[in-house]
Design a protein around this ligand. Structure first.
Ligand SMILES: C[S@@+](CC[C@H](N)C(=O)[O-])C[C@H]1O[C@@H](n2cnc3c(N)ncnc32)[C@H](O)[C@@H]1O
Length: 674
């Protein structure tokens, strides 16, 4: 039996003639794309999808607010992360630089809930539901990233390919790569005698993102020739091409100070062009010479020598080799006594090479010249080794492949997965959470991906490891990173009272902040506070009636200051933010009293203007103007709806008041402008 969709399509096609059908078929075939398909139409979409507006409600009793907290910079948001992300899209779009997530892996072991039901191994749409579930959330998360933002996603080997294709779809062209993390030492019991002991961290980044890498040591930079410009490091002057492949850069070099000559290695020619060679090649054709010189992408060898950027190692007259005739040269070459490369010990002059006559009578030095890279040539911030994609164990020996460890990529280290369970147990006193990630793993990733003032978001926060990693990292490097943890309650019809977010995520972070197992906690200045938010979902049309001033305060604070409030104002007016010459204020009710208070604010705070969120902005603007107060006024309702998909419709239908000039005050009296 065809489905309703298919039946409708068949009906449409029955009216088409053959050419029309052919055109449709071609269109269909040419529309095909490389990528991932999943049955998104066949499965139930998130019930909440854009149906309503999400408003944050601060829950003081679940928040962590030690003395000295003026406002909360860290947030824990309880609820389905689809809703948390919808809220964050309205408050934090383009403000988050680093997202780390560790989503449920879709193991079939009831590891995740979709529309209030666990998805089991035999669910027919298990993979599609998982992909659709993540797709909905990732497309929201994408909007939160800054232009140099990055998302790091943990995944097991089994689901890696599916997730990677999904991420390609959500972040086209943004794949930076993946890291491999060894999760365990012991084998697991698989029928193919194949033990899965690693997982992946997929990295998708916006254009401006870079890992921090590692500052390379200064030890390579020395000053053996007492160069007045300071220390320098020897860099190769050659590149990996033979003289047959690059005959233009196969030429002899002379040290102008000693007059000694250096033959080119026939297996590794010079990396720089020679002006002299160009002139020889083009003879008297000045135009061709000029064009060739103009086309050089870097200094010629003559320029490098003139700038004293070529180092000729010390060479005494005794070390110099000289041949009186071509015969003696050939004789020595044949007898293996000709000039050789000092390290490789291979001959540098061979019988088969061109221009052997050139060397007759020339003093040939035995060392090899190198290019001098001055320490001062680049700022220190550019002398960085990149992050390697291999995550090593805590005690694993990582052997430098090159002689010089400075050039090796930075290696992240992480404990194995089992350690993470103990880390949570250590704080909460029981095995409160299955399969958390090790702190060392997330700390390492954040140390590489974040800058000291970033907001770090984890919208599959689970036991809150990412929050603890942020605190520990700040303590280690003096940073001021803040976290936003989104966690579900994991309540189901079977366990309606379960609240993982409150009892595990928030509780863990509270104990970490107050100190546990003999470890000291974190002061407010060190980020030892968080706001606990629950979410209220309100139909867009009802926002004007059901949203409270507290909703407005919390949401506007989140948007305007990336923090949230515990500012308890003594009056009905709440100051949200202060700029150089302006004050942002929330005025939930316009009464003669609040009007008077607003009028006093500019003088009291030394600012020229007010930005006021209020119920009737036009009316308030007129009333304030009459009192000589310069103010931009905004509708609270519009602010609550802004950035939430249904807001446009809602605003039109339900809140014509935001554009009226009606000046009735909240207490019923008529304003002067009426
Ligand atoms: C693999 S765990 C993350 C563990 C975390 N990295 C840690 O170290 O504790 C995935 C978490 O995602 C949560 N989760 C699943 N679906 C969710 C949803 N729709 N909204 C919020 N959290 C969800 C699960 O409750 C689980 O705690």
């Amino acid at each position: 039996m065809p489905t309703q969709n298919a039946a409708d399509l068949l009906k449409q096609f029955s009216n088409l003639n053959a050419p029309q059908l052919r055109r449709l078929l071609v269109e269909h075939l040419t529309k095909q794309k490389l990528g991932l398909y999943w049955e998104s139409n066949a499965i139930e979409r998130d019930e909440a999808l854009n149906a309503n507006v999400v408003l944050p409600r601060l829950v003081p009793e679940f928040s962590h607010t030690p003395e000295g907290t003026h406002f909360h910079q860290n947030l824990i948001i309880e609820g389905d992360n689809f809703d948390s992300l919808r809220l964050l899209r309205a408050t934090h779009a383009g403000k988050i630089r680093v997202i780390y997530i560790d989503p449920p892996y879709n193991t079939g072991n009831k590891d995740w809930v979709y529309n209030d039901k666990f998805v089991g191994a035999n669910d027919r749409w298990r993979h599609s539901q998982w992909l659709e579930f993540l797709y909905q959330r990732l497309t929201l998360a994408r909007e939160l990233l800054t232009s140099d933002g990055v998302i790091l996603v943990s995944i097991n080997d089994e689901n890696r390919s599916r997730l990677e294709l999904l991420l390609d779809e959500v972040f086209p062209g943004r794949r930076a790569g993946s890291l491999v993390w060894r999760t365990k030492d012991t084998g697991n019991d698989l029928s193919q005698r194949f033990s899965h002991v690693h997982e992946h961290v997929l990295v998708y980044a916006n254009a401006g993102f870079k890992f921090n890498g590692r500052a390379t040591g200064r030890s390579k930079f020395r000053n053996p020739d007492k160069d007045l410009r300071g220390d320098w490091s020897p860099q190769p002057l050659t590149k990996a091409h033979t003289y047959l492949e690059r005959e233009n850069t196969y030429y002899p070099i002379q040290d102008p100070d000693t007059g000694y000559w250096y033959p080119c290695d026939p297996n590794r020619v010079w990396a720089y062009a020679s002006e002299n060679e160009i002139r020889k090649r083009f003879k008297d054709d000045e135009l061709a010479i000029e064009a060739a010189l103009k086309g050089l992408r870097s200094d010629s060898i003559e320029q490098l020598i003139a700038k004293k950027l070529v180092y000729f190692p010390p060479c005494t007259a005794d070390d110099v080799i000289q041949f009186d005739s071509k015969e003696t040269l050939l004789e020595d070459i044949r007898a293996g006594r000709g000039p050789i490369l000092p390290k490789k010990k291979t001959p540098i002059l061979r019988e088969d090479l061109p221009d052997l006559d050139f060397w007759v009578g020339k003093p040939i030095a035995t060392g090899r010249p190198s290019r001098k890279e001055l320490w001062t040539a680049k700022p220190e911030s550019e002398r960085l080794a990149p992050l390697g994609s291999w995550i090593a164990g805590m005690n694993e020996q990582v052997i430098a492949l090159e002689e010089d460890e400075d050039d090796e990529p930075e290696v992240l280290r992480s404990a194995r997965g089992g350690v993470a369970t103990d880390e949570v147990k250590d704080v909460l006193g029981s095995k409160a959470f299955p399969y958390p990630k090790p702190l060392s793993l997330i700390k390492g990733l954040l140390a590489q991906a974040t800058q000291p003032n970033d907001i770090v978001l984890d919208f599959f926060a689970g036991s809150g490891t990412t929050g603890q990693a942020v605190l520990e990292l700040n303590a280690e490097d003096g940073g001021n990173r803040r976290f936003i943890m989104c966690s579900s309650t994991e309540s189901t019809a079977k366990e309606p009272d379960k609240n993982l977010c409150r009892d595990v995520c928030a509780e863990r972070l509270r104990r970490v902040m107050t100190g546990y197992s003999g470890k000291t906690g974190y002061s407010v200045a060190q980020g030892g506070e968080f706001a606990y938010l629950q979410l209220d979902k309100i139909e867009a049309a009802d926002v004007a009636f059901e949203a409270t001033p507290e909703h407005a305060k919390t949401l506007i604070l989140m948007r305007e200051t990336a923090s949230t409030g515990i500012l308890i104002a003594s009056t009905a007016i709440q100051i949200i933010a202060k700029g150089s010459d302006w004050l942002t204020v929330l005025c939930p009710e316009v009464t003669p009293l609040t009007l008077d208070e607003l009028a006093k604010l500019p003088a009291a705070h030394g600012v020229a203007r007010l930005a006021v969120f209020c119920p009737r902005p036009k009316a308030l603007a007129l009333l304030l103007a009459e009192r000589g107060v310069e103010a931009n006024t905004y509708s609270i309702t519009d602010a609550l709806l802004k950035g939430q998909v249904s807001s446009k419709k809602g605003a039109k239908v339900a809140f014509p008041d935001s554009q009226t000039s009606e000046t009735t005050l909240a207490d019923g009296s008529q304003g002067a402008a009426a």
